[in-house]
Unconditional design. Sequence first.
Length: 313
Amino acid sequence: MTLRHFLRDDDLSPAEQREVLDLALAFRDDRHLRRPLAGSQAVAFITDKPTLRTQVSFATGIAELGGFPLMVDGSLAQIGVRESISDTTRVLDRQVAAIVWRTFADSRIQEMAHVSRVPVINALTDGFHPCQILADLATIAAHRGGVDHLKGLSLAYVGDGANNMAHSYLLGGVTAGMHVRIGAPTGYLPATDIVARATDIAATTGGSVTVTTDPREAVTGAYAVATDTWVSMGDEEQAAQRETPFVPFQLNAGLLSHARPEAIVLHCLPAYRGKEITAEVIDGPQSVVFDEAEFRLHAQKALLTWLLETSDV
């Protein structure tokens, strides 16, 4: 039996990532292009963390693929507390075609995938946000003229370099052959093992990795510039102490001016205007954040279709 999961960005090879991104652009043009869940088959969507875009895009996407989105409230299910992850998975995988989980520690979804007999998709964990990066890459490709044009582009991310978005930008970006630059304050840099893994991938795709504490160095000449909240879910008690070191990394008009004139601005949302990004930038002509939010739908439909058609289950 062949079974594929998507727990982190490097679970897809460069060729496989390209297939998914090409399909995402095709779904953008024809939302009912493929219906692998027709019948209909159910897909379990479990959320342990607050959600809007993830829930809406997966629920809508599963329905458009011909399936039924089975929404599971993690606070009620209490997976790993009321019932073990292993037992929960064995209940679900007999009844659904795939499992999508938005949770905390990466070890939780890894344990689920180890047991599951159907594809498991990471809808966000503390370490990675791979579905968001597929959407971001598809957004860049759509504005650049296709997936072929991702290779060789510079993507800058400024802000919290130790969070799940930075880690996924590193892995997903270099898988696409991009030059990924992370600009973050000292003490908030990406995990060394993720940087090492991204560097290894970049050596095979023609991409590159730069980690810097200078936001201007990160952004200069970049085609796409991204940021994220300075306070990730679970870090709320650190909000006050985080603000001062992050101020120089705010994505404002001055910082953006160092990117390419045609640079686009990305933010996975929700955004805190006046904090990590100014209203002038996120609401300005270079912002594509709502295209990016829409591409969650197309990219996740493409991913689900690819996993279901690749897995022999």
